[in-house]
Design a protein around this ligand. Structure first.
Ligand SMILES: Nc1ncnc2c1ncn2[C@@H]1O[C@H](COP(=O)(O)OP(=O)(O)OP(=O)(O)O)[C@@H](O)[C@H]1O
Ligand SMILES: [Mg+2]
Length: 313
């Protein structure tokens, strides 16, 4: 079983979208999945629309004991294969203030759910984190076997991803040696944007092959499917199919990285999986066409500064 924390330290970049897209891809592959919504906003919960359960994540974190744990998970409206541990505003006060020794409670709860004697045999647990390094995200990193960093290809992407990796590294060294950085997912990519190309090249210079070779395109289908509580793989518009395919590739890569124990930042080099296709330009919805081009910024783009922080433009 793999437990993957989906995080970024910035709001609105697509953590919930990536969590839901991966759950949808896992559903397609018949992978039994539990989504744990750590965000007080409860956005993943709203889109998964689970059957009512007696308890939610807030109760699980304060009282991680079998009578609570056994009544906290329910099936989503998507399918019996996808279960949910719900998040709501009650999580807000668990995100701040002193730790009081409760940080490992999520790991305790997940260990309980991982025991087949206590319920279904999950193959994948996805942790949708809130947009901060507060207690909830830190408890996710303590409980996870892998961490996926989500970013947009915009100005502060590199520094945001660096801070996220620093948090992952710190947690791995100090508390959770099983934790592996699985990669950076670039979301809301527009292939015609020079700015986006430049920022992706910048991310690749900093993080090498940790940057997923598939960037998730900016498509209206994402919002439409989420709004109608539907897995993106069932949203059969061209944009829906395109991004569903991208999620398949990200899931496959993530599971492979997890098995290999991908962790260390590698020197930048060409990745054999990368291509320079472009779905928008080709009008195509095939997988390789979705991949973000791997090339230096165009000659008229601003030069990348030597220091790791992105240049202000
Ligand atoms: N690839 C995409 N194409 C189009 N819209 C997208 C895409 N990814 C995310 N969005 C939209 O952007 C908004 C923010 O996405 P999302 O809620 O996934 O971000 P988040 O990082 O989870 O936010 P928060 O930090 O508030 O939890 C949502 O309206 C979502 O539908
Ligand atoms: Mg979210």
């Amino acid at each position: 079983m793999q437990t993957v924390a989906v995080l970024s330290l910035k709001g609105g970049v697509g953590k919930t979208t990536v969590t839901l897209g991966l759950a949808s891809a896992a559903l397609r592959r018949g992978i039994k999945t539990l989504v744990i919504d750590l965000d007080p906003q409860g956005n993943a919960t709203a889109t998964l629309d689970p059957q009512p359960a007696q308890f939610g994540l807030a109760e699980v974190l304060t009282t991680p004991r079998p009578p609570v744990l056994s009544q906290a998970v329910s099936r989503s409206a998507w399918d019996e294969q996808v279960h949910v541990l719900t998040g709501n505003h009650a999580l807000e006060e668990l995100n701040e203030g002193p730790d009081e020794g409760t940080l490992p409670n999520l790991a305790r709860a997940i260990a309980w759910y991982a025991d087949p004697a206590n319920g279904p045999r999950y193959e994948l647990i996805l942790l949708d984190c809130p947009p901060s390094l507060g207690r909830l995200t830190r408890s996710a990193l303590l409980a996870a076997t892998g961490a996926l960093v989500v970013t947009e290809p915009t100005m502060y992407a590199v520094s945001g991803a660096q801070r996220a990796f620093a948090a992952i590294e710190r947690t791995r060294k100090e508390h959770n040696p099983r934790l592996r950085a699985l990669g950076v997912v670039v979301n809301k990519f527009r292939s015609r944007s020079h700015e986006h190309m430049y920022r992706i090249a910048e991310l690749r210079e900093s993080f090498g092959q940790l940057v997923m070779p598939v960037a998730l395109p900016d498509r209206l289908a994402v919002q439409q499917a989420a709004g109608s509580c539907t897995p993106i793989h069932e949203w059969s518009t061209p944009g829906g199919r395109e991004i569903a395919l991208a999620f398949n590739l990200v899931l496959a890569r993530m599971l492979r990285s997890s098995r290999r124990g991908r962790h260390h930042l590698e020197p930048p080099e060409a990745d054999e999986e990368e291509t320079s296709g472009d779905a928008e330009r080709n009008g195509s919805a095939n997988g390789s066409a979705l991949q973000a081009p791997v090339r230096r910024p165009p000659a008229n783009a601003p030069r990348r500064p030597d220091e790791p922080q992105p240049a202000k433009r």
